[in-house]
Design a protein around this ligand. Sequence first.
Ligand code: GLU
Length: 471
Amino acid sequence: MSVVTRFAPSPTGFLHIGGARTALFSWLHARRHGGRFILRVEDTDRDRSTEEATRAILEGMHWLGLDHDEGPYFQSERGERYREVLDDWLATGKAYYCFRTKEELDELREAQRARGEKPRYDGYWRDNDETPPEGVTPCIRFKNPLEGEVVFDDRIRGRVAVANAELDDLVICRSDGSPTYNFCVVVDDYDMGVTDVVRGDDHVSNTPRQINMLRALDVEPPNYAHVPMILGPDGKRLSKRHGAVSVMQYAEEGYLAEALMNYLVRLGWAHGDQEIFSRGEMIEHFDLGDVNHSASTFNPEKLRWLNQQYLKSLHPDDVAWRLRYYLEQAEIDPASGPHLADLVKAQRERSTTLVELVESSRFLFQDFLEWDEKAVRKHLGGAATEPLERVRAELAGLEFPEGWNAAAIHEAISGVAQELELGMGKVAQPVRVAVSGTPVSPPIDTTLELLGRERTLYRLDRAIGRTREAA
Ligand code: GLU
């Protein structure tokens, strides 16, 4: 049977790291087995679901490249189908109307608690043909088997067994007519032919109930894999308190989708000691059976490290087209500076994110007004006047664009250093501070090549003004 998996987010917020990893594992399982991956939006909770969240989730999936073969299906559009199954189950005695009022249920719960029992529905209306009370709109409950146990072999957790005596008759349709989560999931997984359910382990307690309902539909349940949760560095469940948890926030901060995917796949899964996986390698090696049983800890440092690995290994053109967006976000006109692929090559050793790359490159696109004062004191004192003037004169002699290249620039600067009998740093560092306002930039020859002749000469003049004043 061909594999069918699904990702079934509830659109109550953005796509977060945990959801994305679940989606990735489910997607990988489908891709690995040449199966289909379905996207299903579980928006039955009308109060908490929003279109904005749906859009955000789809955007996150798209950015990560987690493409679906079917859907998105929306539970909110499947009301008729749910009604059909409810009617069928009512007619065949698999479900029943329950007229217990909220007050009665509260009382029941109190009494159970007082006796030290676990609160559960007592099955009062299960096989009851009393005349229903006036004025009570009933809910519908599923007739859970009373005996035996539900057993399933979770691909990650191993065998799970729960006695039916532990499970009460679940509400599958509220008195307002809205079907409940567990019921919709069962009908959907059945209708959509899902063979493998991969989801967060917060759902593991729902699984036995869902299996019983699937059996009521006369089908064998799918395979299940409940993915352990992700913890923050402090050992608590990963949440906003730990910083960014939204996938698109990572995108905004200049992480590459490839790096985040690679990070997520390694979160709770390993293939030997390999750290870097191309998409193809992930698909080839991923196995749900190798997913860790215990929770994993989110490590932002490792994500940064991976991001830089990808910045360095992707083709510069590939990084360059993504860079445009970040430049525009930073109010930098991409056309007002160096060729972007050259910029990427020059800066990627020093940047872990695209946002960092943009910030440390701003001086190549725009003039700067702020100086690193410490660097100015150190490198733009009176003693820098002569080296700067000499460098300026040499560089002014280079033709633009033919003669303006890193090799010629290097020669000009080292020539000045030799002539003045100064170390290269004593010349290059004042030049660097002069053109960038800071003591760090790519190698000085590359920096000036990227900056261009006109800007370089103007900034040298401006800095010479300062060194003269300092003298
Ligand atoms: N909609 C559920 C959630 O977002 C997932 C349900 C499932 O995967 O079965 O937690």
